[in-house]
Design a protein around this ligand. Structure first.
Ligand SMILES: Nc1ncnc2c1ncn2[C@@H]1O[C@H](COP(=O)(O)OP(=O)(O)O)[C@@H](O)[C@H]1O
Ligand SMILES: [Mg+2]
Length: 595
């Protein structure tokens, strides 16, 4: 079972530190954005003051000169403000998009180093959500943070100060309103952020359900499970809907409360302000400015509350992203790696193996096996008997839980991974080709392979016939996942790709299941004649595919139940004999008999 990881593994501080370090070369725009925003606020805040001057010294005093001069200043300030605003926008976009880029490439690099075990832990769909949605959340939050986190408190502060300078007594009304609203807003936000956290967890479930369903849509249709899947999906979306409605209903209470406060403030200021004007303590212009600052103050409060919501929302994303970055591959090169592999001998000494440390029973139990260099080993056994697990230990796709696996007399954990995997080629059960040309795909095996080597490998694997018929031959295009090839053609190309490395050990994990029996035999014969020193492991369903091997291993429920040549096993192994007879008589398959 996959271990579900919780966000709480990584502390908020550690999370922010990691994100901060990834701002990297975008530190300058990250620094300039708030500066621009502050400049914009200052310009904006000057305008009500100038307004007061125009009204009091210009209009009321009938002085055209003051009106023109102050008007001109207002224009210049407004232009400066505009420039600062644009600058803030551009730098902010640069900084946040840059952070997103750095995050994605760091995550991608980290994922490339993952062992199979690491990938098992996160699941593919989980990794994709983290690389896309979660990073976008962080990008948006960072942009808002840079642009607003300075601007909002700044404008609150300046507007408050200006109001106090104009009339200390009247500005007390604002102070009370601000305190009241702040308390109210933060109470709401605390509640809302709890809902948003839940929303993200539900998103995860939804994503994995969609991914699973869409990638397996053929199976769903074949089993007529559409209705069931629809119900399941409706439930997941319904949950999300209810959480959102809850969160948003709380959020909208903001608005009326905010407006009521604004209007109360305006009423009170107008009332007391008018009285003050009558008593000559305040001018009309000053009253106008006070009212303008009222709006600024309340707007900045609104913004601050939004920032907090954004931040709580994106913190969950940040934790998910940092998890991917911090995840350490559990299979790495040793301190002082061995760079040479002597020969293709393989030895299993008392090997136990399980996919996770918590499972009760090992998948492989007490395996002892010694294979000479150049030997051909067939492996046969029911589905889930541990065949793939056994061979995946040789190129160190997984590490053993107990005991050791040796290649060329040296523990696989002592080699550099590159050396080991260059010399141990594995043709996986579920193979992948990549979009590109035939030759590009073949060169995954060896970057420097020339066309002659590619031809040679394709001739051995029987891929040459169809490649030469394809339009463009070795330059012909292969679609993503090899979709424009048949299963058998894909397998033959994958075998060629593995052969190009000229490895000391090659492992076929059920890799010839999709080619016909005659081709299968031809490939094995070609390998035998051309690469006689190579150690070969063949996992197969058909006894035909392994009967000529030097030795055949019969796997059963994680242990080696029998081992020997075809003749020996016919005499000694009951399972083997049964399968052989059923396969020669008809089309019996291993699972039918073995279970
Ligand atoms: N990535 C994995 N994570 C957890 N369990 C696994 C994984 N791969 C295989 N297993 C389990 O290990 C057992 C052996 O699987 P495997 O070696 O693939 O069998 P075979 O290749 O003989 O069909 C099975 O019970 C299977 O469920
Ligand atoms: Mg298998």
């Amino acid at each position: 079972m996959r271990q579900k990881r919780s966000y709480e593994d990584i502390s908020t501080g550690e999370c922010l530190k990691t994100l901060g370090s990834l701002v990297g070369e975008f530190r300058l725009p990250s620094f300039l954005t708030p500066l621009c925003m502050i400049a914009e606020v200052i310009m904006e805040m000057m305008i009500p003051l100038l307004m007061a001057t125009i009204i009091d010294d210009g209009v009321n005093a009938g002085n055209m000169n003051v009106i023109l001069r102050t008007g001109g200043m207002m224009l210049v300030l407004a232009l400066f403000g505009l420039a600062a605003g644009i600058g803030g926008g551009v730098f902010g976009a640069k900084a946040s998009a840059g952070l997103a880029m750095n995050l994605r490439s760091k995550m991608f690099r980290s994922i490339q180093d993952y062992s199979f075990k690491n990938i098992d832990r996160f699941s593919t769909s989980g990794l994709i959500t983290r690389l896309t949605t979660d990073v976008t959340n962080i990008q948006n939050a960072y942009q808002i943070l840079l642009r607003m986190a300075m601007r909002a408190p700044m404008s609150l502060l300046i507007a408050m100060t200006m109001a106090m300078v104009i009339s200390f007594r009247l500005s007390l009304i604002y102070l009370i309103a601000v305190i009241f609203l702040a308390v109210f807003l933060f109470a709401i936000i605390r509640k809302v952020s709890v809902y948003f956290r839940q929303v993200f967890e539900k998103y995860d479930d939804l994503n994995s359900s969609v991914q699973e369903n869409v990638s397996a849509i053929r199976v769903v249709k074949a089993y007529v499970r559409e209705e069931y899947e629809k119900d399941k999906f409706d439930k997941a979306v319904g949950n999300l809907y209810r959480l959102f409605v809850k969160a948003e209903s709380l959020m909208v209470t903001n608005m009326p409360v905010m407006q009521a406060t604004v209007y109360t403030c305006i009423l009170l200021i107008s009332w007391f302000g008018a009285n003050a004007i009558l008593q000559d303590e305040l001018t009309t212009g000053e009253l106008m400015s006070l009212l303008a600052y009222c709006m600024s103050i309340l707007m900045s409060l609104m913004m601050l509350s939004m920032i907090f919501v954004m931040l709580t929302m994106s913190l969950a994303s940040a934790q998910r992203v940092v998890e991917v970055i911090k995840e350490k591959s559990d299979i790495t090169d040793p301190e002082d790696p061995v760079m040479q592999i002597k020969d293709g001998s393989v030895e299993f000494c008392g090997v136990d193996f399980g996919y996770n440390d918590t499972a009760e029973e090992y998948v492989l139990k007490d395996i002892d096996l010694s294979v000479r260099s150049g030997e051909v080993i067939g492996i046969i056994g029911g589905t889930g008997s541990g065949k793939s697990s056994l061979v995946s230990l040789i190129p160190r796709l997984y590490d053993v839980s107990e005991g050791s696996v040796k290649v060329g007399g040296v523990d696989v954990r002592q080699y550099s991974l590159k050396t080991l995997r260059d010399q141990v080629s594995m043709v996986l059960q579920k193979n992948n080709l990549f979009s590109g040309t035939v030759i590009e795909n073949l060169r995954w095996g060896n970057e420097d392979a020339g066309i002659e080597e590619c031809r040679w490998a394709c001739a051995l694997s029987g891929a040459d016939e169809f490649v030469e018929k394809m339009q463009g031959g070795y330059e012909a295009h292969i679609d993503q996942g090899g979709a424009n090839l048949s299963g058998g053609q894909r397998q033959r190309l994958c075998i060629a790709r593995a052969l190009i490395k000229k490895p000391k050990i090659i492992i076929f994990d059920d890799s010839t299941s999709a080619v016909d029996t005659a081709t299968d035999a031809k490939i094995r014969k070609a390998l035998n004649e051309n690469l006689p020193d190579m150690t070969v492991f063949i996992i197969a369903q058909r006894i035909n595919s392994v009967m000529n091997a030097d030795r055949i291993i019969v796997m059963d429920d994680g242990v080696i139940s029998d081992i020997g040549t075809h003749e020996e096993l016919l005499a000694s192994s009951e399972i083997y004999r049964d399968v052989y007879e059923s396969q020669t008589n008809g089309n019996g398959d291993f699972d039918g008999i073995a279970s």
